[in-house]
Design a protein around this ligand. Structure first.
Ligand code: DAH
Length: 343
């Protein structure tokens, strides 16, 4: 019996001193203390073979061995856990290798809409415009009435609107900021207003219930349609390249008179005709016009003394053209594989 105990202890001491990982320690624990086949466990079962007088003595010896094995296993496990925590032991932890290169930190990139908005804003800043913002929650007065869109006006339908309650709504365009700014500032006025707008449209590849617009307003003495055409043509060339041509088509907006939509020569095919321009060589990118005298009046500006022009464009639409993106929903899904491709 004594020999057996000695042999077990020797084997144990050797094994534990060579142990260098938590896995090895677990195997040692099973080999010596395992419930079915553990060497220490089994030796208890052999107590029956010693004489009754010697039983207490060997009982004690085996218990002693068991305590020693348990204690040393615990100690060694703690020691290795400590090493893992310090990152000292390569082998100790499963699959941990301190010689591997560190993970690359990914640096955040700006969202494509942010990039395009900022680019458009800086082009206008270069031309002397200031950036202004306004509230997304508006009243009927600012969103419609003050912009010469009275209650029964059929054009209200084209600015379909989310109502929050009887008085408040989510602005359906950035034009209300024109009024808010004029109320507090006399000409010369030269601002652009980027921001979110909301319309209850069914979502598809080109529609979203929320999107972004950029509004422009320039008011001073003797401002004419020529200024409007000049500023917006320069803008188009700066944004899409010096070869970009522009054309202005008569249109109707209640807040401008006369009104026009501006087209640019197709930035994909250069005007020859392709799928993007629907084979006519031109792409509409903004609405514009000379500020209606009623709108100037609503903004407390004397229309006999001052005149001006305004314009509004969709930022998503421009970003889609610029980057060749064919589905507006990609902007809002925040799939990093998409978002990371820009800048
Ligand atoms: N507010 C118009 C829209 O949402 C865009 C627009 C057209 C703005 C002509 C203007 C403008 O300032 O002059 O579609």
């Amino acid at each position: 019996m004594d020999d057996k105990l000695k042999a077990i202890e020797q084997e144990f001491q050797q094994a534990i001193s060579n142990a260098d990982s938590l896995d090895t320690i677990e195997n040692i624990r099973i080999r010596f203390l395992g419930r079915k086949e553990g060497l220490v466990t089994n030796i208890f079962k052999q107590l029956g073979t010693v004489s009754p007088e010697q039983k207490p003595l060997y009982g004690q010896k085996i218990n002693h061995l068991k305590d020693l094995v348990t204690q040393e296993i615990d100690n060694k496990a703690k020691q290795i856990e400590g090493q893992i925590a310090k990152g000292v032991s390569q082998k100790a932890s499963k699959g941990f290798d301190i010689t591997l290169p560190a993970f690359k930190q990914t640096i955040a990139k700006a969202h494509p809409l942010t990039l395009v908005r900022d680019e458009i804003c800086s082009l206008f800043i270069e031309m002397g415009f200031n950036i202004v913002e306004g509230p997304e929650i508006e009243t009927e007065y600012y969103n419609f009435e003050a912009l010469n869109i009275p209650l029964e006006h059929p054009s209200r339908e084209s600015f379909d609107t989310f109502y929050l309650d009887k008085k408040h709504l989510l602005r359906s365009h950035t034009s209300p900021v024109q009024i808010r700014y004029m109320e507090n500032n006399q000409p010369p006025i030269q601002i652009v207003v980027p921001g979110k707008v909301y319309r209850p449209d069914a979502t598809d590849a080109t529609h979203s219930f929320m999107f972004h617009q950029l509004e422009g307003l320039l008011i001073d003495k003797n401002i004419t349609l020529a200024h409007l055409k000049g500023v917006l043509s320069v803008f188009a060339k700066k944004l899409f390249g010096p070869k970009t041509k522009t054309r202005f088509r008569p249109h109707f907006f209640p807040f401008t008179e006369p009104s026009a939509e501006m087209d640019v020569s197709c930035i994909i095919c250069g005007g020859k005709g392709c799928r993007v321009c629907k084979y006519n060589g031109w792409i509409e990118i903004l609405g514009s016009g000379m500020v209606h005298p009623k709108v100037l009046k609503a903004g407390n500006i004397d229309s006999k003394k001052y005149s001006g022009f305004a314009f509004g464009m969709g930022i998503e639409r421009i970003a889609m053209l610029k980057y060749g993106i064919d589905d507006i929903r990609l902007f809002y899904e925040n799939d990093l594989r998409f978002v990371k491709q820009f800048s």
